[in-house]
Design a protein around this ligand. Structure first.
Ligand code: ASP
Length: 339
């Protein structure tokens, strides 16, 4: 009788184990949960594998440094929001990347910067486009998010908003780097000669971004860019459009890089999170769907983290400067597909 009772409990226990398993693995069939996780990118595009070793090492070093900044925050129990802001700020200050110092030139030879940040736990967001004098656009985006009733400021209004805050201002030429300038100059002529800077991400793309999960289970995303070389002044890319280049909710945090117009048309970042939620798909599956079924080869790359600490970094371009780290000590920095 006792054995019979125990045996009859087995299907019930299995049923509850099944339910538990379902909730634990929701949106995440390949669950390898981590307490905290961070991923970042420094832009995607046609990055030549023949890049000289010394330059390659500079990029790896830049990515490692930025990872370290986020790692310190998250390891100490800091917030995902702090981590992504500080990582992006670090990358903005690095002239190798097309954001902050090192931003590309507009058609009229100036710099116009876009940035966004989003808190996945509250859906609060802050975004800016067409900044010309703010040293670290991502930090101003955070102030928009936390201190303004609005989400998105543009151009002159964005500059005026900056003036009401304590953010550091710089003259527009602060963003100048000789490499970006030569890339821009070349777009003004028909000269197709290969320049040393062609080892960079082609002459069009580049952006920086970070996504994180913190030990409290909160997700955040931030992205910052100079946009695309020779862009029409006033052009707005995907980066500050919440849901296109930057998105975070309770499911995942995503940051995009690549051809902004294509990323926007497909509302790419939020489509990744929604695909996970509506299709009960893993982060990898959702990102793969957007890259292969929505975007065209050569369009874009994404870094993302989900609420279980899974990281996905994929692109359909030749390369993407990227790196990730998690609480299990798994750390990578990569540029090309197979490294
Ligand atoms: N997505 C950015 C833009 O279109 C550029 C990039 O990521 O390379 O502004």
């Amino acid at each position: 009788m006792k054995i019979y009772t125990r045996l009859s409990l087995i299907p019930i226990l299995l049923f509850f184990a099944f339910l538990y398993g379902c909730s634990d693995n929701q949106n995440n069939p390949g669950n390898t949960s981590a307490e905290w996780a961070l991923a970042l990118h420094g832009g995607a595009g046609t990055i030549s594998p023949n890049m000289p070793d010394s330059l390659r090492e500079q990029y790896y070093e830049g990515l490692r440094l930025a990872l370290r900044v986020g790692e310190i925050v998250l390891r100490e129990g800091g917030s995902a929001l702090d981590a992504v802001e500080l990582v992006v700020k670090n990358l903005e200050d690095n002239p190798l990347f097309n954001a902050g110092r090192g931003a590309v030139f507009t058609i009229d030879g100036k710099h116009e910067l876009d940035a966004a940040i989003m808190d996945g736990s509250t859906l609060a967001a802050g975004a800016l486009t067409g900044l010309t004098t703010v040293k670290n656009p991502v930090s101003l985006a955070r102030i928009v998010m936390e201190e303004s009733p609005h989400i998105f400021f543009s151009g002159q209004g964005a500059e005026e908003f900056a003036g009401q805050t304590g953010v550091e201002r710089v003259p527009n030429h602060y963003f100048h780097t000789d490499i970006r300038h030569r890339q821009w100059q070349r777009t003004q002529t028909d000269d197709a000669t290969l320049l040393p800077e062609d080892w960079l991400e082609g002459d069009k793309y580049g952006t920086v971004g970070a996504v994180a999960l913190d030990t409290n289970g909160n997700l955040a995303a931030a992205t910052s860019t100079g946009g695309m070389t020779n862009k029409q002044f006033g052009r707005v890319g995907d980066v500050p459009i919440i849901g296109s280049g930057t998105f975070a909710n309770h499911i995942a945090a995503i940051s995009a890089t690549g051809w902004g117009e294509q990323i926007m048309r497909n509302v790419s970042a939020s489509t990744i999170a929604n695909y996970m939620e509506f299709r009960n798909a893993s982060l990898d599956e959702a990102m793969n769907f957007v890259l292969t079924e929505r975007l065209n080869p050569g369009d874009a790359g994404f870094v993302a983290v989900d609420r279980s600490g899974n990281i996905s970094m994929q692109m359909n371009t030749l390369g993407m400067y990227r790196g990730s780290i998690n609480s299990r000590g798994e750390r990578v920095v990569m540029i090309w597909e197979n490294e």
